[in-house]
Design a protein around this ligand. Structure first.
Ligand SMILES: O=C(CO)[C@@H](O)[C@H](O)[C@H](O)[C@H](O)COP(=O)(O)O
Ligand SMILES: [Zn+2]
Length: 185
């Protein structure tokens, strides 16, 4: 089983190498352009993808591999008072869209992470991000789901398994960070 899982991960990376390099490069460029204009990054996801959202945001506000200026990135997954109040008062579907209304300025980037591409709170957040004139980058999987029609750039990991898709998302997130390190250092 262990070897099979490792080989399955390797097969997914090979599919990403074969099909997603231009889209990942486009994501790097959008993020560098956004940060160098003085705009910020907002990130959200559910479950393992919530952990990815805060992991990636912290690489920007703190640092990744080299010394460079602090960069503005906010994970919408971390404030338990906001998460519980918004869910309780407006419904879980609006837990991220309400925070986008609070934080987003035109030209900011919203990175939406969903392996199915269909989580309702992520879809609502993408609709609000569009209304706020934000740029949206999707990290999704399977067939890209509803995110295909709502993201400026939807990076769809060509796999069916949530675990494999999540593993590629954090790799792509780290590639975004590497490209930002090179640009800002
Ligand atoms: O990490 C995992 C599974 O590996 C789970 O916590 C997973 O993220 C949750 O089931 C999410 O609710 C799935 O949502 P999504 O990726 O379809 O948007
Ligand atoms: Zn997981």
């Amino acid at each position: 089983m262990v070897l099979e899982e490792l080989i399955s991960h390797q097969n997914t990376i090979n599919k990403v190498i074969d099909s997603l390099v231009p889209q990942i490069e486009q994501g790097c460029q959008l993020i560098k352009d956004t940060l160098s204009r003085g705009n910020k990054i907002l990130i959200a996801g559910n479950g393992g993808s919530a952990a990815d959202a805060q992991h990636i945001a912290a690489e920007f506000t703190g640092r990744f591999e080299v010394e460079r200026e602090a960069l503005p990135a906010i994970a919408l997954t971390v404030d338990t008072s906001a998460l519980t109040a918004i869910s309780n008062d407006y419904g879980f579907e609006r837990v991220y869209s309400r925070q986008i209304l609070a934080y987003a300025k035109p030209g900011d980037i919203f990175i939406a992470i969903s392996t199915s591409g269909n989580s309702k709170n992520i879809i609502e957040a993408l609709k609000t991000a569009k209304e706020q004139n934000c740029i949206s980058i999707g990290l999704s999987g399977r067939d890209g789901g509803l995110m295909n029609d709502l993201c400026d750039l939807n990076i769809v990991v060509p796999d069916k398994r949530t675990a494999r898709i999540q593993e590629m998302h954090i790799l792509i997130g780290h590639i975004f960070c590497k490209s930002v390190d090179e640009f800002f250092s």
